[in-house]
Design a protein around this ligand. Structure first.
Ligand SMILES: [Zn+2]
Length: 340
């Protein structure tokens, strides 16, 4: 008896079948992959399938006040995509005014943008703040029902007139000091407060008598949703309006490219060193692709909604916090019914 060839013969149809099926699967796999490349962007859009505010209100009754951005790209478009805390998987669109304008409705709110500089244990100049003082500020905000918002949230509000939480403030920390990582960042996490940090690239990681934040520390912070990094030039010239076009390009455009390359994130906000800006500077900032820019004017401090436009958002010195906590307001109570 020679059973082996018989068994082999018996399996030939089976092997053939497996071959046919796997060839078919391979072809199908290849087809779907090539097709996917064709409409992968379309499928992302389908996934988001945002509805407009009116439809959202009809279906879900309430818009809520703590809106979050749905995707970064839409922040500069005519329709900003947002989500609410109650329905985090349902994006809806808000009509925005053209960049860099501020919507009239947003001008009724009073959002102070607070400006801090270095945080260090021993003060050297009057605007230095100790970690204990910063914690006291956070405690004051907490006890007064203040809600720190992110820079993205402020821009959504200014562009669309969307509602903000009670007593909104935006916390900003300028100049990229080591104390921002050592003292501010842990406090932000403890209180779950968002904040924006404006860094200039020249002094990263070095000690100039004060320690400056390192790229490694900044990379950790930028991954945290609580943190927004804004460009603040390359060398921190005291007055951008005095620079040549070429120098201005280096400070505004190249600093953006350096930050984006090092951090792997798009940098959408700029902060003018010492707040100084004029039409030429603002134009270069806009052309560089920034959506908005933070300014400051010690002599004439204003709420964000009182700014001329998004390219010069006004701020207050951090010492004004105590008086501002009682004045901050999200403006009109806007809800679905009033929108319709
Ligand atoms: Zn600065």
């Amino acid at each position: 008896m020679q059973p082996k060839p018989n068994i082999f013969l018996k399996f030939i149809p089976l092997i053939g079948g497996i071959l046919i099926i796997s060839t078919g699967l391979l072809a199908l796999n290849f087809y779907s992959k090539s097709k996917n490349n064709g409409y992968s962007s379309a499928s992302i859009k389908i996934k988001a399938s945002p509805i407009n505010l009116e439809n959202f209100c009809q279906q879900y009754q309430t818009i809520g006040k703590n809106l979050q951005l749905w995707n970064q790209e839409s922040l500069s478009e005519d329709e900003v995509l947002v989500k609410t805390q109650a329905y985090p998987n349902l994006p809806f669109s808000l009509d925005a005014v053209a960049l860099p304008n501020i919507k009239d409705k947003a001008r009724k709110a009073k959002v102070p943008v607070l400006m801090y500089h270095d945080i260090l244990p021993t003060k050297e100049v009057f605007f230095d703040v100790t970690p204990e003082e910063l914690e006291a500020d956070f405690e004051l905000m907490k006890s007064k029902g203040v809600t720190p918002i992110s820079l993205d949230q402020l821009i959504i509000h200014l562009r669309t007139g969307s509602p903000l939480p009670e007593k909104p403030v935006l916390l900003t920390f300028d100049d990229g000091y080591g104390g921002h990582y050592e003292y501010v960042y842990p406090l932000l996490k403890r209180y779950k407060y968002p904040a924006a940090f404006s860094v200039y690239t020249k002094n990263m990681g070095i000690n100039t008598g004060r320690s400056h934040i390192t790229w490694e520390q900044l990379k950790i912070m930028v991954e945290d949703p609580l943190v927004t990094i804004a460009g603040h030039s390359k060398t921190h010239p005291p007055d951008l309006t005095k620079l040549s076009d070429e120098e201005l390009n280096q400070e505004v455009v190249e600093s953006k490219q350096i930050l984006e390359k090092k951090l792997g994130k798009s940098i959408r906000y700029f902060t003018y060193p010492t707040g100084k800006n004029d039409e030429r500077v603002r134009k270069i900032v806009e052309e560089a692709g920034y959506i908005a820019a933070l300014a400051m004017d010690d002599a004439d401090e204003k709420f964000a909604g009182e700014s001329e436009n998004l390219l010069a958002i006004e701020r207050f010195g951090q010492s004004r916090l105590e008086e501002l906590v009682d004045r901050a307001s999200g403006g009109e109570v806007v809800n679905c019914w009033e929108q319709n």
